[in-house]
Write a protein that binds this ligand. Sequence first.
Ligand code: HPA
Ligand code: ZN
Length: 318
Amino acid sequence: MKKIELHLHLEGAAPPALIRGLAAEKHQDLHGMFDERGGYAYQGFKDFLKVYEAATAMIQGPRDYARLLEAVLAECAEHGAIYVELFISPEFCGGADLPAWRDHLGAMEEVAHAAAAQGLDSRAILTCIRHFGPERARKTAICAAETSGGWVTGFGMGGAEDAGEASDFAWSFDCAREAGLGLTNHAGEWRGAESIRDSLTLGVTRIGHGIRAIEDAALVRELAERGVTLEVCPGSNVALGITDWRRHPIARLADAGVRVTVSTDDPPFFHTTLSHEYQMLAESFGWAESEFRQMNQWAAEAAFCDDTTRTRLIKELQ
Ligand code: HPA
Ligand code: ZN
């Protein structure tokens, strides 16, 4: 089945073997960061963020970014993706100033073009880190605005949802919107409905996760009426202990008419793949091709791409 993925963190998708290789090249000791199976080892969300930061610090310079993107896109293609949007956080990899970002972007654009020629189209969403604060977010927003128009088509925010309010980052989201970028924010993962409402004031058309909207019936109705798209990452939510597969809110949100889509977030951290997400949803809710087709259609409609690409994607999905 052909799939669209809207929520995939480039750094969080780094195969552990690649990070170990980069660490060895840089003579860095990442002892204790990997489990006995060679995967990333962490205990809970805050520890996940710590390990995530240590791993992503190994990605430095255009060559590392190119190798990372190549590995990640190959994995996406293997699981049937025809279009993927990558969250990229220059703040993690020492590249948040504009000249460094331009270098990194140039290297990645070459890889992205080559993958597109092979049938996997992609776009980048520059993503600031909420717990690093509004000042640092501004630098990422400026990088996004200054390099918008080509492969970079979106701006977003990830990180610890309990750090300040979404509205503290209004300047960055305004800057990105004025540059013509699509907007999304991680919310309703670690906090409830009020965090999603706060995000909507930033002018986002999509919410990363958003599953805790289910706690507030009026908000669920509002999301459905406004056509806000949720980038749901069920395997991530299960791995981080927010819910389990059978109780996952995605099915109830879909039944209420909310536009839900399916993504993997940080696949090696959560021992998942796009195919695994579909398989688990099929087993948990009895979903079949028609349900998945509808979600991919919504994903195409919400994608941060030009209308020519969107029309082509919608056709390809049929
Ligand atoms: N939540 C917040 N920030 C993140 C996540 C997540 O699930 N993954 C990578 N950064
Ligand atoms: Zn995420």
